[in-house]
Ligand binder design. Structure first.
Ligand code: SIN
Length: 279
């Protein structure tokens, strides 16, 4: 295992993995180190990779079976890979609110592998927040309340997703359906057993048994609490960067900071290729 190095990225979350070529099959000892770091650091970053769709699928499958993305059609020949595209004149990024992936489903996915195809020299970073810490740092009183209730997660209409993403193969006209699911606010990780907070501000609309006003107050507080800087890291992409995240204990957001596009001018194009690891 010569050359493999794992460097923590912030105190709370993330690690950079150096000395590995993801386009090649991984030896068992390298895989075991990567998998251990994945469970420990929640999101792993790799730089300077060159991955064909086939190689991305093969690497991603080490983490589990892959699944298709509900509202976006996959690549020809690789239905489990989608392209996330922000055109240069678009401001809104796909994944632009803090979220846990697809919590509008009964069983949200295990994680995702995101590969940067085209990214600007600055801008379009992705932030990640550690939901173990978010749960552990709540008061005992808030934890007791949250253990009694469930959050209602709603995908919204598929057209909501299609609205801003001209460069993407959205499924809105191909039978994508609105979905909802209720989830407890605390969940135990299936591999580590550690408890984490489950909120997903992009999808969690209300708390069962509470009024809209009460829900908004508590969800607003939890969203601010969970995304405070000390629980996060911020990844700056380069072409060929790869991030692998654990959706079972982590939130993320694609930063919406193309200010040139916001001002009506020509901003930057950003293209990522994503595999989703099934539940
Ligand atoms: C996502 O939420 O899947 C997209 C994240 C990103 O593009 O940075």
């Amino acid at each position: 295992m010569t050359g493999l190095e794992i460097r923590p990225y912030s105190t709370a979350v993330g690690a950079e993995v150096l000395g590995v070529d993801l386009s090649r099959p991984l030896d068992d000892d390298v895989w075991s180190a990567i998998h251990g770091a994945f469970l420990d650091r929640l999101v792993l970053f790799f730089r300077d990779q060159t991955l064909t769709p086939r190689q991305q699928v093969d690497f991603s499958r080490r983490f589990g079976e892959l699944e298709e993305y509900p509202f976006v059609r996959g690549l020809d020949g690789y239905p489990e890979l989608i392209e996330i595209v922000k055109e240069a004149d678009e401001f809104v990024n796909f994944g632009h609110d803090w979220h846990v992936d697809m919590t509008f489903r009964e069983r949200p996915p295990t994680g995702a592998v995101l590969y940067a195809v085209e990214v600007p020299p600055v801008g379009g970073d992705t932030l990640f927040a550690n939901m173990y810490l978010a749960w552990e740092m709540l008061s005992d009183g808030m934890k007791a309340v949250l253990r009694q209730v469930a959050g209602v997660h709603d995908s919204g209409e598929p057209s909501r997703h299609a609205r801003n993403f001209r460069g993407m193969r959205m499924r809105e006209r191909e039978g994508g359906e609105r979905r909802t699911a209720a989830h407890p606010f605390v969940r135990a990780h299936p591999e580590t057993g550690r408890e984490s907070l489950l909120i997903s501000p992009s999808y969690c609309r209300r708390i069962e048994g509470m009024t809209d006003e009460e829900s908004a107050m508590i969800l607003g507080h939890l969203g601010r609490h969970a995304t405070q800087d000390r629980f996060t890291c911020r990844f700056r992409w380069e072409p060929g960067s790869v991030a692998v995240w654990d959706n079972r204990c982590l939130m993320h957001v694609a930063l919406e900071d193309d200010l040139a596009a916001l001002g009506g001018g020509k901003g930057f194009r950003r293209t990522m290729r994503r595999a989703t690891i099934g539940a």
